[in-house]
Design a protein around this ligand. Structure first.
Ligand SMILES: Nc1ncnc2c1ncn2[C@@H]1O[C@H](COP(=O)(O)OP(=O)(O)O)[C@@H](O)[C@H]1O
Ligand SMILES: [Mg+2]
Length: 491
């Protein structure tokens, strides 16, 4: 043991403003930053949370108010300290906090100035402000008693009798280089606010379902439930309970698209507007969503697993094991659980794949042996691989028919396309890029699919095939096989 009493020492406190600049670089987005404030409100027992903002260019102000227990002066000053609580402290079971940093890092990540006003029962309302410019000027960790429109905010807190408001201004990350009177800046800002709203609807969906009200400029946010619980055709696996109940895992297979209404289908696309983006694990810490649709490095996202979403519930004392980061947007399962999680996920994915393909199968089963018509075929020429457009594909055959007598120009074009397919580029991207590969016509209008499909159907019917035969042929033609739901509705 070192006897510290005999050793000379000197203070080396951090330089306040450069420390704050470091906070600013942690990498929050505005939606994750606001979510971090809401965590604090929920931990403080809030029933209602109000997010307000008024676009005013660089002078835009944003506030988050809650009706939680609030803080007195001493508690507020403690709360404003970076590292107000140690990550090593044992947290109450329902506490959503961790490092004692969120309020400060989340706020400074977006703005240069923020104030916290709070009212606790039996105490006077209090407020303090961190102003990066003042800290820089003073070269010290000093709060100032300042907030724009203090009276208005305090008025609102008095109405709810207790609660806390966080006010951000000089929100440079979002509003510097904008003009209050620019329509373009304003609509960009409003678009970002829309992203924030969708993010909150997702991250806090279980709290909202249990009665928490989050108002976004006075409009209540509706929850977005990734598992679409209650929808017809939803399948779920039994929950696996691990680590004495500290970790719970449940796989869900969402209903096939043909079982969903258009509204439900769009709902399922979630904040990221894509089923593929939203497949994967959903990791919750105390019902608060940390990871939303990510296979945690175990699998790639692929369109045929679109219906698979796996819920993982964690208690709040596993942060270190699961490597939860300051922003609460990353979680990594500990090595000892990887095998188990992998096998649970594989099981759910298999089932999701079945459902995804099921619809096609139903139509296919009705039919005897129909030939399958891919668009592309693999061929070898002088020991090298090439890709050839299938001249027997009904759409190509048809086009050739319509070319009167001379089909040589069309044939030429097909050959040029075949000879220039950027295969090396595609292979390279496939192996390097984490982005999932889309299916044909994914994310663009389906008009081309629907019209060519119905034209083909009409022809087949004219040629004397029954409805069933015609449909059975079409389901075997690429890319129609990806869209069995349209085939079902052919008339
Ligand atoms: N909205 C709020 N209502 C009541 N107390 C709050 C609120 N926001 C923050 N606090 C207090 O400030 C402390 C620090 O918050 P924060 O910096 O987010 O760290 P953490 O959430 O990890 O504790 C919290 O532990 C809490 O005591
Ligand atoms: Mg916090």
């Amino acid at each position: 043991m070192i006897d510290y009493s005999k050793i000379e020492s000197t203070l080396a406190p951090p330089e306040a403003s450069s420390m704050i600049e470091t906070f600013r670089a942690i990498g929050y987005s505005i939606e994750t930053a606001i979510a971090d404030l809401i965590d604090n409100s929920i931990t403080a027992n809030a029933q209602n949370i109000w997010i307000d903002y008024e676009w005013n260019g660089p002078s835009t102000i944003l506030s988050v108010t809650d009706d939680g227990v609030g803080m007195n002066n001493e508690e507020l000053i403690q709360a404003m300290k970076p590292g107000s609580t140690s990550p090593l402290d044992v947290r109450k079971e329902h506490d959503l906090g961790r490092f004692g940093l969120g309020l400060k890092t989340a706020s400074f990540s977006q703005c240069r100035k923020f104030a916290v006003l709070s009212l606790k029962e039996h105490y006077h309302p209090v407020y303090w402000c961190w102003d990066l410019d003042y800290v820089k000027h003073q070269k010290s960790w000093s709060l100032i008693k300042y907030c724009p429109s203090t009276e208005n905010y305090l008025e609102k807190l008095k109405e709810t009798k207790h609660g806390t408001t966080v006010v951000w201004w000089d929100i440079d990350r979002l509003t510097s280089n904008t003009r209050a009177d620019s329509d373009q800046s304003k609509s960009q800002f409003l678009e970002i606010m829309e992203i924030v709203k969708k993010h909150l609807a997702m991250v806090f969906h279980r709290f909202i379902d249990e009665g928490l009200k989050i108002f976004f400029r006075d409009r209540k946010i509706n929850a977005w439930d990734p598992f679409m619980i209650g929808s017809e055709g939803l399948q779920s696996k039994p929950e696996s309970i691990l680590e004495n109940g500290k970790v719970r895992i449940k796989g869900f297979v969402l209903p096939h698209r043909s079982k969903l209404s258009v509204e439900q289908y769009l709902y399922g696309k979630g904040p990221q507007d894509s089923w593929t983006a939203h497949q994967g694990f959903y990791v919750y810490r105390n019902k608060r969503l940390l990871v939303s649709g990510d296979w945690l490095g175990m699998f790639k996202k692929e369109v045929h697993y679109d219906l698979c979403r796996v819920r993982i519930d964690l208690t709040n004392d596993l942060d270190e094991e699961w490597q939860i980061d300051i922003r609460k947007s990353v979680a990594r399962p500990p090595a000892k659980l990887k095998e188990t999680i992998l096998s649970i996920a594989k099981d759910a994915r298999m089932q999701a794949l079945e459902v995804y393909r099921h619809k096609g199968k139903v139509v296919k089963r009705k039919l005897t042996k129909n030939e399958y018509f891919p668009f592309w075929e693999e061929r070898t020429r002088h020991g090298k691989r090439f890709y050839r457009l299938n001249r027997n594909h009904p759409l190509i055959k048809e086009l050739k028919k319509t070319q009167d007598t001379d089909t040589s120009r069309l044939e030429q074009l097909l050959q040029f396309i075949e000879e220039t397919v950027p295969v090396p580029l595609i292979t390279l991207q496939e192996s390097e890029d984490e982005k999932p590969h889309g299916q044909p016509f994914e994310g663009r209008g389906h008009d081309a699919i629907i019209t060519t499909m119905s034209a083909m159907y009409d022809n087949l019917r004219k040629e004397g095939r029954t409805e069933e035969q015609a449909k059975a042929l079409i389901i075997n033609i690429e890319p129609f096989n990806f869209y069995p739901e349209y085939i079902e509705h052919l008339k």
